[in-house]
Design a protein around this ligand. Structure first.
Ligand code: DC
Length: 466
């Protein structure tokens, strides 16, 4: 869990400009949740559907893929793979976003993406319900306001610079209408969290507002650390001077797809899976002399790839045991054509068939589907078991799936001498997750895939030989 700063307030209070500057100053990631709602509005409107039409919008959500990426120091919003960061900044989309954001299904759809981004990064997240709903335990909460007239003035000047013909009166009317929509909606209305600090920027310049917010954040984090209440996971306080925090690998956004609620595993299935997992853990500890290292690197939620060297048929089980979320894995097609009881068993444990050496494209779709369902996916990039324990050459499939799904890849090294057997010493090591976009693999072009595949194979090799 990173440090979370929530910044809420009405439209046009300058949240995004301020949050961007504050994030740059502190070395945090800026997350603009308004941009996510705007992307949904853009999608809906571009499909010819009215932003008021809840019945027509709900079925569209399944087809929407919103992601955040971080390029050249700024947040980009990708809608179905297309960078729409500029197209979502029109008055029509602003009003559309205000409307679609009132629907609980839309909020639920984006909630997972917002939560997970906050879990994995030190962030400042701006929106309307961040301190109240999305991050109720945020380390610092700020509520930024300004009079409607001053906000309309600022927005009007911005639009004029872009050559937009809207009049000041139009802009003020829009701002008032959006304030009304945001405050009066039934779900997650705009309101100050009880423990938020209010900053009124009506008579402050941009720089003054940034200074004031930085002061509040530093003061709060320092207080929190002093009382020992802070440091979720030992996170350190912000530097109190003008010193910038050193960049960390988590500074880039983790562009993950939201897992749609209807496709998550039911509590019932999760319960039985967990019971079974603990039984198997017990049995494996009795039979093997097995140890797991680096388990703190295993993401808490699903939708991740576990890329491992391949030593035995037990490998998927070795990887699955310390992971909370059920694991799927590819198994050669022939295994599904033998004994029906065996086929059923491996299917129950998440196996699905792959045609070896035939460029099976269906398997890529199935894999991405599993990841979107919130399953973890084990992939053995070497394709075949290594007899001597040496890590062989990897195939590109793992990189293709990871880049296409923009999901994290946890490298795994499985190590044992000779053949598996009773009381054999087995070490299973989990490495730090690799985030494709952070190593320049944000697309599936051949160069990106090569970089990603090589990185994965290097990490696996390091873990095996550690
Ligand atoms: O911050 P913004 O103007 O880009 O937000 C666009 C719309 O999205 C805004 O009218 C309200 C809505 N929104 C929301 O309901 N909840 C959020 N957390 C962020 C934005």
């Amino acid at each position: 869990m990173g440090i979370n700063i929530a910044l809420d307030g009405p439209s046009g209070a300058g949240k995004s400009t301020i949050a961007r500057k504050v994030a740059a100053e502190l070395g945090y990631v800026y997350v603009d949740t308004g941009a996510m709602y705007r992307s949904i509005a853009l999608y809906v409107i571009s499909k010819g559907v009215s932003a008021d039409s809840r019945e027509e919008i709900i079925p569209l959500l399944e087809g929407i893929d919103v992601r955040l990426a971080y390029a050249d120091g700024s947040q980009r919003v990708l809608l179905c793979g297309e960078d729409v960061s500029d197209r979502i900044r029109t008055p029509e989309i602003s009003m559309g976003a205000s409307k679609v954001s009132a629907f609980p299904e839309v909020r639920e759809f984006l909630f997972g993406l917002q939560k997970r981004t906050a879990e994995e990064n030190d962030i400042i997240m701006d929106g309307r319900d961040i301190g109240t709903v999305v991050l109720p335990n945020a380390d610092v909460k700020i509520f930024l306001t300004a009079s409607a007239e001053e906000r309309a003035n600022r927005r009007f000047r911005e639009l004029q610079e872009k050559g937009d013909p809207s009049s000041y009166e139009d802009v003020l009317r829009d701002i008032r209408q959006r304030d009304y929509n945001d405050v009066h909606r039934d779900i997650a209305p705009l309101k100050k969290a009880e423990d938020a600090v209010e900053v009124d920027s009506t008579s402050l310049t941009l720089d003054q507002t940034v200074e004031e917010i930085l002061r509040i954040i530093r003061e709060r984090l320092a207080e929190r650390n002093k009382t020992g209440d802070g440091g979720k996971n030992g996170a350190e306080a912000c530097p109190s001077g003008g010193e910038k925090k050193a960049p960390r690998h988590t500074r880039e956004l983790t562009p993950v797809r939201p897992i749609s609620k209807t496709r998550r595993l039911s509590h019932f299935r999760m319960f039985w899976y967990t019971v079974l997992r603990y039984i198997v853990i017990g049995l494996y500890h009795i039979y093997f002399n097995i140890s797991f290292e680096g388990t703190e690197n295993i993401p808490r939620d699903g939708g991740n790839i576990f890329a491992s060297n391949h030593r035995s048929y037990q490998d998927p089980v070795f990887i699955a045991l310390p992971t909370r979320v059920p694991l799927s894995y590819m198994a050669k097609e022939e295994l599904f054509q033998q004994n029906p009881a065996f086929t059923l068993l491996i299917k129950c444990f998440g196996a699905f068939p792959v045609k070896r050496g035939k460029g099976d494209t269906e398997v890529i779709d199935t894999s991405i589907d599993k990841l979107e369902m919130g399953r973890n996916l084990a992939i053995f990039p070497e394709g075949t078991r290594s007899k001597d324990g040496k890590v062989g050459k990897g195939k590109t499939g793992v990189a293709l799936i990871a880049a296409a799904a923009q999901t994290k890849v946890v490298p795994v090294g499985i190590n044992f001498e000779g053949k598996l057997g009773f009381r054999k010493k087995v070490v299973v090591r989990f490495g730090e997750p690799i985030i494709p976009a952070q190593i320049g693999a944000s697309s599936t072009d051949p160069r990106s895939l090569k970089v990603l595949k090589n990185t994965i194979m290097e990490k696996i090799t390091e873990l095996v030989h550690e």
